[in-house]
Write a protein that binds this ligand. Sequence first.
Ligand SMILES: NC(=O)C1=CN([C@@H]2O[C@H](COP(=O)(O)OP(=O)(O)OC[C@H]3O[C@@H](n4cnc5c(N)ncnc54)[C@H](OP(=O)(O)O)[C@@H]3O)[C@@H](O)[C@H]2O)C=CC1
Ligand SMILES: Nc1nc2c(c(=O)[nH]1)N=C([C@H](O)[C@@H](O)CO)CN2
Length: 235
Amino acid sequence: MTAPILITGGAQRLGLAIADDLLLKNQPVIVTYRSKKPSLDILNEKGAILIQANFAHADGIAKFIGALKEETDRLRGIIHNASDWAKEKPDSDYNALLLNMMNVHVNAPYQINLACQNMLENNGNFADIIHMTDFVQEKGSQKHIAYAASKAALHNLTLSFSALLAPKVKVNSIAPALLMFNEWDDQNYRQRALKKSLLQNCPGAKEAVNAVNFILNSDYVTGQVLHLNGGRHLK
Ligand SMILES: NC(=O)C1=CN([C@@H]2O[C@H](COP(=O)(O)OP(=O)(O)OC[C@H]3O[C@@H](n4cnc5c(N)ncnc54)[C@H](OP(=O)(O)O)[C@@H]3O)[C@@H](O)[C@H]2O)C=CC1
Ligand SMILES: Nc1nc2c(c(=O)[nH]1)N=C([C@H](O)[C@@H](O)CO)CN2
């Protein structure tokens, strides 16, 4: 039996598309979710193992790690996808905002990777860790300052863990720019966002699915970043 792939934040959008694709290929998956949604019932029917987890605080991370160890002693991979795209507002508690971003995007991947090192190495063949970072990891963001800083730190985990876990485990970042709009994005926002890249398109979740499959099928890519940004870095 193939060891499962853990996908955090897999109840919607990119994470859900990745989980669905892997399940279609008979790859077992474990999906974490923060809040309940209809997609979870469908994932369950498809055989996914579901674990409720909130990574905003250290106790939630520790609770999840304990629940994961109850479910499996081997992992084919981990896709750290869970994310809170929080922005600074005039009345934000900036300390809480930064801690939240660092817990979800850095502390959770950091602690889960360390806790799962043996599970990944026991997989038999290559195992993979994929960190879903963001285009802004390298340029920052005026409106999502703490978010961008945490994604930069998440990418730095790729550099450290790829060296630490080689040769049995490959560790890579996927750095998307605009892959999916949110339902609340109005036409003005959408038009402005599309113009930020050379290709001026919004490809959808399949772009992330393709990137994940490229990495999972690779025998020679580690410590790298797959930039999925439509040429935005050249605009
Ligand atoms: N979509 C895009 O265009 C881009 C995406 N990315 C990155 O790709 C990844 C997937 O993006 P996308 O699908 O849009 O992500 P979403 O914004 O849809 O978030 C994915 C999931 O993360 C969960 N989550 C949020 N906060 C927490 C928390 N504190 N603990 C546990 N889970 C939490 C959410 O749970 P809940 O449903 O309860 O809110 C949600 O289901 C993310 O890492 C994102 O930063 C980067 C650039 C562009
Ligand atoms: N957790 C999330 N992170 C990000 C999202 C999102 O919807 N959820 N969206 C973006 C944008 O697409 C941005 O890349 C372009 O405006 C960034 N991160």
